[in-house]
Structure formats: structure tokens, C-alpha cells
Design a protein around this ligand. Structure first.
Ligand code: SF4
Length: 134
């Protein structure tokens, strides 16, 4: 198994990826471009076709979205998410959409998490009702 690599948080943001269980990685539609598959294939030391077939599928009107797997918190999550460490295992080979997210100083998922933790009076609280289908 690949060694998990920590997600990072860009400077001067209002969120902390290390304090999040991976909401963004549970999003059902992680779109991959041809360039993303090429990068991922190189990272995994596989050929393009094998990578595309093994780790992506056609759905939601897109040619390629990331395959997912079962997760105790969100029902389903990205195939490359480490379920114990709650981190991306292909950080250097991740798709552009993951590199760009959230694209602003704030993260809606993180705001939701903080809101829920205050409301539940539980700093460890994780909502399990985010996405539940593929
Ligand atoms: S590739 Fe990495 S950052 Fe992107 S959704 Fe999957 S686990 Fe998360």
C-alpha cells in the first residue's frame, strides 16, 4: 500500500484540512481530464489505459470520474483516500480539481463541519449524512 501523504492547507485560509475528515474527497463527482489520468498513471507507474480503466468510470455526464469505495463516515469516498489517516494517498498525482479546491479563502465543507461541531457541542463530531450515493 502506498504511504499516505498529508493534504496541505494553503497560506492565509480560513480552513484547516488536518481538522477535516475528508468531506471534499467524499464528493461523488471528482472529474478527471485526460491530463489528470496521464499524471495519475505516471504517479502510479501504470499505463494510461490501465489507470483509466482501473480508477475511473463514466458517469454523471462525464467521461471520467474517480471511482469510490465504502467509507464509515460518508458511505462512499474517493478510491485513493486513506480511511484511517483521512488523507489523500496520491497527493502528488491528484487531479487538477483536487488541487484547485476550494479555490477561495473559505471552504464550505469546513464551515459546515465547524457549525455542526458547535451545534453538537462535540469537537470530534463528524456528520455522516453528507453524500450517500454514487
Ligand atoms: S485524489 Fe486525493 S484529494 Fe482528490 S478526492 Fe481523491 S483522496 Fe481526495
Amino acid at each position: 500500500m502506498m504511504k499516505p501523504v498529508a493534504k496541505t492547507t494553503a497560506a492565509k485560509t480560513n480552513y484547516d484540512c488536518f481538522d477535516c475528515p475528508g468531506y471534499c474527497c467524499s464528493y461523488p463527482v471528482i472529474v478527471l481530464t485526460k491530463r489528470d489520468v496521464t499524471r495519475l498513471a505516471k504517479h502510479l507507474e501504470l499505463d494510461f489505459d490501465t489507470t483509466e480503466k482501473r480508477y475511473t468510470r463514466k458517469d454523471h455526464g462525464y467521461k471520467r470520474i474517480m471511482r469510490r469505495k465504502p467509507d464509515a463516515h460518508f458511505a462512499r469516498i474517493c478510491h485513493f483516500f486513506d480511511l484511517e489517516e483521512r488523507r489523500c494517498t496520491i497527493y502528488k498525482g491528484r487531479p487538477a480539481i483536487c488541487r484547485e479546491f476550494p479555490g477561495t479563502k473559505a471552504c464550505g465543507y469546513y464551515d459546515f463541519l465547524k457549525f455542526e461541531r458547535v451545534g453538537q457541542e462535540d469537537e470530534e463530531y463528524i456528520s455522516t449524512t453528507w453524500h450517500d450515493e454514487d
